[in-house]
Design a protein around this ligand. Structure first.
Ligand code: 5AD
Ligand code: SF4
Length: 497
């Protein structure tokens, strides 16, 4: 049964400690692993005193227990938050270990081969669980990509569901409960977005919100258009309603998500542009920071920069993946812009009245990438002076156009290029950070170190800063921090009162 209140965002009692996270593409890590597991009181956040008040008519665990592990990007993390909310509202109880669960779900990533391999090795670990009567399900990109082949490779799996079919999950689980051995949800020809009445948010300070699903670009190396289906934008009124509810629950920072977030196309008659949506979200009472990721350079228009200039609540950070600094490679990647066109977008940001932090993604060793073309990428780094970047070795993926191009760069050479690129960026970042010593920033505190008086958080431009403070409790608050020292990946500072 679903709640009849419109869209109740419950940040349920989270006893589960967030596992340490690795840096991911376009992903900004929440450093929850720094301190003790956070514990959000259901009552404080919902005004209700018990689980059954939040989910009327539902007894917790009446349908069983579930364990949900997520691999991959921020979109996957947030999809899992929605899937968890959906299952909780249907009477499943979330547990911390696969051993304690009757339903084990893996939300998977297949963006690079290694990520997909990891999923199969994890599935292998749970081979025996099925004989104990547990249901094992694969969600996300590997589910969509491999489809029913997963049943052949891992016959102990009984549910395979891609992200475009999540709304059908309760029905699929009901089929398994009524005796079906195997169920799949693999349609991608939907024009719907996945909306839930309850989202079980993991991060107590930053609320993620998907505004556009799927991708209509056709980058030649990328599986996303196959695994997540065509672009679908969520109605602006529904987004704004959710933001208002999030603000009421105490969230002051929201991050709008999409593979190409700035390609947002409001399906309602209001036809809000992406920049108008950013401004409208920022105007919601209680919202103090609005972030968005990932932007596609071709849809990055001047009005987005104007919105950042006009409204200080819109964070001064843009993640704008370039992938390569060579126009020839960009054409082979089907990236729809040249090096010069990309640099025009950067120039647009550099003349803004507010400095804007810029980060990017880069792929090295794309088929046929010559040494001179790789050097063009290095010179782009020098020119743009990114605040940080995520770099990857090219990984051939099923169904993608670049699969038919010979993967001509050896693994060794890819690794060399990656290391050279990372060294160059480290120098850039170190120099940039050193110039910030003495500056003062507003920081949303999101981490507490085991070491006494040490805290961490992010500036509006998404710089991570570790700082000392004598205060006893700062998590979730905004403080002023002066930068006292700098490393390549973070800043050190002290709390100024
Ligand atoms: N190989 C390597 N990196 C890839 N990415 C996407 N597909 C591949 C691939 N086949 C990277 C891109 C993208 C980020 C999310 O992952 O840089 O921006
Ligand atoms: Fe993949 Fe390109 Fe779409 Fe990004 S824009 S998700 S890289 S196809």
């Amino acid at each position: 049964m679903l709640l009849n209140s419109t869209l109740l965002q419950s940040r349920l009692n989270s006893k589960r400690k967030a596992p340490p996270r690795q840096s991911k593409a376009g992903v900004i890590n929440c450093d929850l692993d720094m301190g003790k597991p956070f514990d959000i009181e259901l009552e404080r956040l919902t005004g209700k005193t018990s689980y059954t008040d939040v989910f009327p008519g539902v007894t917790t665990g009446q349908r069983g227990t579930f364990f949900l592990e997520t691999f991959g990007c921020q979109m996957n993390d947030h999809d899992s938050e929605k899937v968890a909310g959906l299952l909780l509202s249907r009477g499943y109880q979330q547990v911390e270990t696969p051993e304690a669960a009757s339903l084990i779900l893996y939300n998977t990533c297949s963006i690079r081969e290694k990520a997909a391999q990891k999923v199969f090795s994890r599935l292998g670990e749970y081979r025996e669980k099925q004989s104990e009567g547990k249901i094992i399900g694969v969600l996300g990109c590997v589910a969509q990509q491999e489809g029913e082949d997963i049943f052949k490779r891992a016959p102990w799996v009984s549910l395979v569901c891609g992200s475009a079919s999540y709304s059908k999950l309760p029905g699929m689980l009901a089929q398994l409960e009524s005796g079906n051995q195997r169920v799949t949800g693999l349609d991608t020809d939907t024009d719907e977005t996945f909306e839930t009445e309850v989202t079980r948010r993991d991060n107590p300070w930053r609320a993620y919100l998907t505004i556009i699903e799927g991708c209509d670009k056709a980058c030649s190396y990328c599986v996303v258009p196959f695994t997540r289906g065509p672009e679908r934008s969520r109605a602006s009124d529904s987004i704004l309603r959710e933001v208002r509810q999030l603000a009421e629950l105490g969230y002051s920072e929201v991050q709008l998500l999409g593979q190409t977030v700035n390609s947002y196309a409001d399906p309602t008659p209001r036809r809000m542009r992406f920049s108008e949506l950013l401004l409208a979200v920022a105007e919601v009472r209680g919202i103090r920071r609005v972030r968005f990721t990932t932007s596609h350079p071709s849809d990055f228009t001047p009005d987005i920069v104007e919105a950042i200039e006009r409204q200080p609540k819109i964070c001064d950070h843009v993640h704008l993946p370039v992938q390569s600094g060579s126009t020839r490679v960009l054409r082979a990647m089907q990236r729809t812009y040249s090096r010069e066109e990309y640099l025009e977008k950067i120039a647009m940001m550099r003349v803004a009245s507010r400095p804007i932090g810029i980060t990017t993604d880069i792929i090295v060793g794309f088929p046929g990438e010559k040494e001179s073309e790789f050097e063009e990428t290095l010179s782009l780094l020098d020119e743009v002076q990114y605040d940080s970047l995520y770099a990857f070795k090219y990984s051939p993926r099923p169904n993608t156009p670049s699969l038919s191009m010979s993967d001509s760069i050896s693994e060794e050479e890819k690794s060399r290029r990656l290391a050279v690129l990372q060294d160059r960026q480290r120098e850039i970042q170190t120099a940039k950070h050193e110039r910030l010593v003495g500056d003062r920033f507003e920081v949303l505190v999101s981490g507490k170190s085991r070491r006494e008086n040490q805290w961490s958080g992010y500036t509006t431009s998404h710089r991570m800063i570790n700082f000392a403070s004598q205060e006893r409790e700062l998590l979730g608050t905004y403080v002023q921090v002066r930068v006292m020292g700098a490393g390549p990946n973070s800043l050190m500072g002290e709390h100024v009162t």
